[in-house]
Write a protein that binds this ligand. Structure first.
Ligand SMILES: [Fe+2]
Ligand SMILES: [Fe+2]
Length: 379
C-alpha cells in the first residue's frame, strides 16, 4: 500500500527539492584524528543494529491507542474544547495526535539522513567525515523503523509540518557546513531526543518502547558529535560570525516552539481554530512539554559557545533559561543504559536486566576511583 493512502490530510507535494550550493571537500590528511571523535566513530560502527532483528514486530499494538498514554498527556486535555467532546471523539483525537507526532519523527529522520550525508560531504576533517558516515546509516534505519511503525501498526500518517519543513529548508540550503550541524544535530535532534524520551518513559507498550529506546541510543551519539565538532569550530570564529549562528538558533527555536501547535490536526477535526489555538497556548501539558523539549538544546548551546546575552534573553522569553545547567553527559549515558535494559529485558525479563545495569554501574564506579576518571569520555 502506498504511504499516500495513509495520509490523514493530502500531502501537498509527492516530493520536495531543496537547492543548495555547497562544496564537496576532500582531505588528504588521514592522520588528523581527534580522540573523542574517533571514540564516537568506533561506537557508531560497533552499535549498528537491524530493526528487523532487534525489534519485536510481532507484538500486537492497538491501532486506536498504540502507546496507551494517559489522557492528561493530550494537548487539549482539560480545556473547554476537550470538555465538549465525547469519549469516542477524544480517543480519535488522541490517535491522530500520536500519528502526527510519529509522522514528524519520521520526516525529521529523513531530514537527518539528508543532513548527515551533507555533513559527510562538506565537513573539512577526515575524522568527522568518518563519524558522519556512520550517522547516515543510523538515520536510514530510524526512518525505516518509524515508517514501518506508522504503516503497519498505526495505519495513519500526517505530512511534514510547515515549521519543521521551514527549519529543514534553512538548514539544508545554507552553504556553510556548520549550519547543517546547528540545525540538525543541535536543534532538530535536540528536540527530537526530548520528545522521544517523554514517550519512551510514559508508555508501557513494549513495541513502541523498544523503538524509542533504540533510536535514542543512537541519537545520543549524534548530539555528542554536533557538540564536539561545533565547540572546536566556534572557538575560531569572529563575533560577527558567531552572531549569525545565534540568529539562526533564535529563529529555529521560535519555529520549533510553534511547531507544537498542531494546526493540521485541529483542521482535520473541524475544531474552531481561534479558540483551539488559545486553548493550546494555555494547555498545562503543552507548557511542561515545551520546557522538557528544550532541555537538551539549552545546555548544548552554552556548551558550543553561543551563550550571548541575546541568546539568554531568547530562552528567558521561551521560559526555558533555567535549563542551562542540565548535564547532557548524564542524560545521554542514561539513554544508553535504557537501551541496555531493553536488550536484556527481551532475554531475561525486566527485573534481572535492571539488576545487571546496577551491577555494571557499581563496577564502573570502582574503575573510576582506580583510574581517576571514566574510561569513556565521549558522552
Ligand atoms: Fe535519527
Ligand atoms: Fe540523529
Amino acid at each position: 500500500m502506498s504511504t499516500f493512502d495513509l495520509y490523514a490530510v493530502p500531502a501537498s507535494l509527492t516530493g520536495w527539492e531543496v537547492r543548495a550550493h555547497t562544496s564537496s571537500r576532500f582531505s588528504w590528511e588521514y592522520d588528523d584524528r581527534r580522540d573523542q571523535l574517533l571514540t564516537l566513530y568506533q561506537r557508531g560502527k560497533a552499535k549498528q543494529w537491524d530493526s528487523e532483528v532487534r525489534i519485536d514486530w510481532d507484538l500486537a499494538v492497538d491501532p486506536d491507542d498504540p502507546l496507551r498514554l494517559p489522557e492528561e498527556m493530550q494537548t487539549l486535555y482539560g480545556t473547554p474544547v476537550w470538555d465538549r467532546m465525547n469519549d469516542r471523539e477524544r480517543r480519535e483525537l488522541g490517535r491522530h495526535g500520536l500519528a502526527w507526532q510519529f509522522s514528524q519523527f519520521l520526516h525529521g529522520e529523513q531530514g537527518a539522513l539528508i543532513c548527515s550525508s551533507r555533513i559527510t560531504e562538506t565537513v573539512p576533517d577526515i575524522d568527522a567525515k568518518f563519524y558522519a558516515a556512520t550517522q547516515v546509516m543510523d538515520e536510514a534505519r530510524h526512518a525505516e523503523t518509524y515508517a514501518r511503525f506508522l504503516k503497519d501498526k498505526m495505519g495513519l500518517c500526517y505530512p511534514i509540518n510547515e515549521q519543521l519543513r521551514l527549519l529543514l529548508e534553512d538548514t539544508i540550503s545554507d552553504s556553510r557546513w556548520d549550519f547543517s550541524y546547528l540545525g540538525m544535530q543541535v536543534l532538530i535532534e535536540g528536540l527530537g531526543l526530548a520528545a522521544f524520551g517523554l514517550l519512551r518513559d510514559s508508555t508501557q507498550e513494549t513495541l513502541p518502547k523498544q523503538i524509542l529506546t533504540y533510536v535514542m541510543q543512537d541519537e545520543a551519539r549524534h548530539v555528542a558529535f554536533g557538540r564536539l565538532a561545533l565547540r572546536d569550530h566556534y572557538r575560531q570564529l569572529t563575533s560577527v560570525e558567531l552572531a549569525e549562528r545565534e540568529e539562526f538558533v533564535i529563529q529555529g527555536c521560535h519555529l520549533m516552539r510553534n511547531r507544537l501547535r498542531g494546526e493540521e490536526i485541529w483542521e482535520y477535526f473541524g475544531l474552531p481554530m481561534q479558540e483551539t489555538l488559545e486553548a493550546v497556548e494555555n494547555s498545562v501539558f503543552l507548557r511542561s512539554f515545551r520546557e522538557l523539549l528544550f532541555s537538551r538544546i539549552v545546555p548544548c548551546i552554552r556548551d558550543i559557545g553561543l551563550w550571548s546575552p541575546r541568546m539568554r534573553d531568547t530562552f528567558a522569553d521561551l521560559g526555558v533559561d533555567n535549563l542551562v545547567d542540565a548535564d547532557l553527559d548524564v542524560l545521554m549515558r542514561a539513554d544508553e543504559d535504557k537501551a541496555a535494559v531493553a536488550d536484556r529485558a527481551r532475554r531475561w525479563g525486566v527485573e534481572e536486566a535492571e539488576r545487571m545495569v546496577e551491577v555494571r554501574k557499581t563496577i564502573a564506579l570502582g574503575t573510576e576511583s582506580v583510574d581517576g576518571g571514566p574510561a569513556d569520555g565521549a558522552g
